[in-house]
Design a binder for this molecule. Structure first.
Ligand code: M6R
Length: 612
C-alpha cells in the first residue's frame, strides 16, 4: 500500500518521479506529492486525489531539481486530504519524508514530542516519525542516518521510508521493514521505488533492500547498512521484465489487457515445467524438497483475497490427488490465533504481490514454529518469495489492475502442477490419469483463447444486468471457490453487492433473497455435480430468479433453464476452474465499465496490501 519513488542524479527529478508515481498508482490513489531539493532549498507539493491532480496543482511552479522523493497514498492514519498527503516536512522545514507502512506506537511518541513543544500539521503517524528523527538529530548532534537508526530501534510497525535533508542535497536516506524497496543502479544516478516499474526504463540492475536495512544513496554511491551500523554488501539482481509489460498496449484498462493476456501467461507458467510429450512435470522447487512434501502430515495453505480462493481450489485438488489433508487459512486469522503448526507440516503461501502484510507475518510465525514454507508468488524477488524455503513463481508478469485476474489462473496452474507432481512421487495417481491430466493442462491456453474470442457475448449479458443491486454466484465442488471469486470480482469492480455460495447451501438461507430481480450466476459445467446443480437451477427458476449460467459446450440441459448462458470448452473437472473463472472476470469488467467505474483503481482498494 502506498507507492514511493526517489531519484538522485543528473536528470530532472520531477518528471521522472511523476512518471514513476503513475506506474505505482495501483498501490494507492488517495493523494500524492513530491519533495524536491535544489539550490533554493526544499520544496514540497502535495494534493488530494490522483497523480494527475498533483500535476495540475504544480503548473507554473519551479520544479527544477536533481533530487526528489514522491508518494502516492492509500490512507491509514488520517483521511485523504492535502494536509495528510506525503511528503511531510519536519518542524525545522529542513527534512522531508515519505512512508509506506504504519508506525504502530506513534501515539506514544507523539505525546512525548507534544510535551517537548512540537505541534503537527497532519493526522499521520509519518509526520510523528519525522519529527522524532529530527529531535534525535538535534539532541545528539548526529547525522540523519544515525538519527534514523536510533529512531527505528524505538518504533514498532512496518515501514519503507525515504528521507531528504536540505543540508545534504544529493543524498536520500532510506530504510525498510515489512514494506518493499528496490534501488535501481544507474551510471552516476540511483532510482528508488516500491517496485521495479518506475525503474525499468532506466536500468535493469537493481538491489532489493532487506528488512532492517538502511540505504544511504548518493548519485554515485550506494551504501547499505544494518541497524547495527555494519555495512552490508548490496546484492545486484538483473530485472527480467520489459517496459511493454507495464503499459496498456492499446487496451482501455490494465484489467482487460491482463484478462486477455491469460492464454500467454498460462502458457509461460507451464513452459519448461509441463512436458506433455514425455508425460512429465519438472519443478526444481518440488524435486529438491520432495521428501518433505510427499511425507507432509498436513498442508496448510495461507493467503488472502483471490489468492485464498486459489488455495481453496488447491485444497480439493491436493486432497483428491495426493491424499494429504489440507487446510486453507485466511492469513489475517491465522496470524492472530494460536494455530497448531508442527514440524512435519508444509505451508503453501499464495500471493500475487509477495508483499501482503497479513500473509507475510503469518508465514514468519509458521516458520518460527518449524514449518516448511513453499511460496507460490508472482512478483520475483518479493518478500514472500524470499522468506519461503522453496517455491514456484507464477510467471504471469506484472499485474497492475487492482482486481487480480491473470495471477489467479497462474496460481491455479502452478498449484495443479504441484499437486500432480507430489501425487506422482507419492504413488497416489495412476500413470494413465497423470498423463491425461498433463495433456489436459497443456491444452488450457488454447481453451482460454477460445473463451476470450466470445467475450462480446459476456458484454451483452453485462449490459442486461448492470443495474442489479445484488448478485448471487453458485458453484459446487471445484467450482465453489470460483463462485466466491466471481462474487469478489464483481464487488470490487462494480460496487454491486454479490455473494458466492456452494450451490447446495443456498437452500439453507440465501434462497430467501431470490425474487424476479436477483441475477444468480451458476457455474454449471459438466462434472460429477452436474445433475445436482441442475436441480439447484430448477429451485431458483421456480422462484423466478434470473439465471445466468456458465455451461460446457454441448450441454443440452442447463441452457434451457437459463435466461442467459455462456459456453466454455470441455475440460477435466479438476482443471475446469481455470476456464470457468474467465467469463466471470469478463462479466465484472463489463459491468464495471458499463457503470463508468475506473476498474483499474476502484474506490478504497489498493493492489498490494502492506498494512494489517
Ligand atoms: O498480492 P496478494 O495475492 O497477496 O493479494 C491478496 C489480496 O489482497 C488480493 O487477491 C485482493 O483480494 C485482490 N484485489 C482481488 O482481486
Amino acid at each position: 500500500m502506498c507507492g514511493i519513488v526517489g531519484y538522485t542524479g543528473p536528470r530532472q527529478a520531477y518528471p521522472l518521479i511523476i512518471k514513476g508515481l503513475k506506474r505505482l498508482e495501483y498501490r494507492g490513489y488517495d493523494s500524492s506529492g513530491v519533495a524536491l531539493l535544489n539550490g533554493t532549498g526544499l520544496k514540497v507539493f502535495k494534493k488530494k486525489g490522483r497523480v494527475t491532480d498533483l500535476e495540475e496543482a504544480v503548473i507554473g511552479k519551479n520544479l527544477e531539481a536533481n533530487i526528489g522523493i514522491g508518494h502516492t497514498r492509500w490512507a491509514t492514519h488520517g483521511e485523504p486530504s492535502d494536509r495528510n498527503a506525503h511528503p511531510h516536512s519536519s518542524a525545522s522545514g529542513k527534512l522531508a519524508i515519505i512512508h509506506n507502512g504504519i508506525i504502530e506506537n506513534y501515539a506514544q511518541i507523539k505525546q512525548e514530542l507534544v510535551k517537548k513543544g512540537y505541534s503537527f500539521t497532519s493526522d499521520t503517524d509519518t509526520e510523528v516519525l519525522l519529527n522524532f528523527i529530527e529531535d534525535i538529530q538535534k539532541n545528539n548532534s548526529c547525522t540523519l542516518e544515525e538519527a534514523l537508526r536510533i529512531a527505528l530501534k524505538r518504533v514498532s510497525g512496518a515501514y519503507c521510508i525515504l528521507l531528504i535533508d536540505q543540508d545534504d542535497p544529493t543524498t536520500i536516506v532510506a530504510a525498510r521493514k515489512g514494506s518493499p524497496l528496490v534501488i535501481g543502479i544507474g551510471k552516476g544516478e540511483h532510482f528508488l521505488a516500491s517496485d521495479a516499474s518506475p525503474i525499468i526504463e532506466y536500468t535493469k540492475e537493481v538491489v532489493y533492500v532487506n528488512d532492517y536495512e538502511l540505504a544511504i544513496v548518493k548519485p554515485d554511491e550506494l551504501i547499505l547498512k544494518n541497524l547495527g551500523n555494519e555495512k552490508v554488501t548490496p546484492y545486484i539482481t538483473k530485472l527480467d521484465m520489459e517496459l511493454a509489460a507495464i503499459e496498456k498496449g492499446g487496451y482501455d484498462h490494465f484489467m482487460i489487457k491482463e484478462i486477455f493476456e491469460q492464454p500467454s501467461t498460462i502458457y509461460d507458467c507451464l513452459r519448461g515445467r509441463l512436458d506433455a510429450e514425455a508425460g512429465a512435470i519438472r519443478m526444481s522447487g518440488i524435486e529438491k524438497n520432495i521428501e518433505q512434501l510427499k511425507n507432509a502430515n498436513r498442508i496448510m495453505i495461507i493467503a488472502c483475497g483471490t489468492s485464498w480462493h486459489a488455495g481453496l481450489v488447491a485444497e480439493y485438488i491436493i486432497e483428491e490427488l495426493c491424499r494429504i489433508p489440507v487446510e486453507v487459512e485466511y492469513a489475517s486469522e491465522f496470524r492472530y490465533r494460536n494455530p497448531i503448526v508442527n514440524k512435519g507440516d508444509v505451508i503453501i503461501a499464495i500471493s500475487q504481490s509477495g508483499e501482503t502484510a497479513d500473509t507475510l507475518v503469518a508465514l514468519e510465525k509458521a516458520k518460527e514454529n518449524g514449518a516448511f514454507i513453499f511460496g507460490i508468488v508472482n512478483v520475483v524477488g518479493s518478500s514472500i518469495a524470499r522468506i519461503s524455503h522453496a517455491g514456484a513463481y507464477t510467471h504471469a508478469g506484472p499485474e497492475i489492475g487492482v482486481a487480480s485476474t491473470k495471477a489467479f489462473t497462474g496460481q491455479l496452474a502452478v498449484l495443479f502442477m504441484v499437486a500432480l507432481k507430489i501425487a506422482q512421487e507419492k504413488g497416489t495417481i495412476s500413470t494413465e490419469r497423470f498423463n491425461n491430466l498433463v495433456n489436459e493442462l497443456s491444452e488450457i491456453p488454447e481453451k482460454v483463447d477460445a473463451i476470450l474470442k466470445n467475450a462480446e457475448e459476456v458484454k451483452k449479458i453485462a449490459e442486461v444486468y448492470k443495474n442489479a443491486s445484488d448478485f448471487l454466484f453458485l458453484g459446487r465442488g471445484y467450482n465453489f471457490p470460483v463462485a466466491l471469486e466471481g462474487a469478489l470480482k464483481l464487488k470490487e469492480i462494480s460496487y454491486i453487492h454479490a455473494e458466492g455460495y456452494p450451490a447446495a447451501e443456498m437452500k439453507h438461507g440465501p434462497i430467501a433473497l431470490v425474487d424476479d430481480t436477483l441475477p444468480v450466476v451458476f457455474i454449471a459445467t459438466k462434472d460429477t455435480y452436474h445433475e445436482k446443480i441442475v436441480s439447484n437451477m430448477q429451485e431458483i427458476k421456480a422462484r423466478r430468479g434470473k439465471i445466468i449460467s456458465i455451461v460446457t459446450e454441448g450441454d443440452e440441459v442447463s441452457p434451457g433453464l437459463s435466461d442467459h448462458y455462456f459456453s466454455i470448452p470441455p475440460a477435466d473437472e479438476l482443471i475446469a476452474p481455470i476456464l470457468t473463472v474467465i467469463p466471470l472476470q469478463l462479466l465484472s469488467y463489463y459491468v464495471g465499465t458499463a457503470k463508468g467505474i475506473d476498474v483499474d483503481k476502484p474506490r478504497n482498494l489498493a493492489k498490494s496490501v502492506t498494512v494489517e
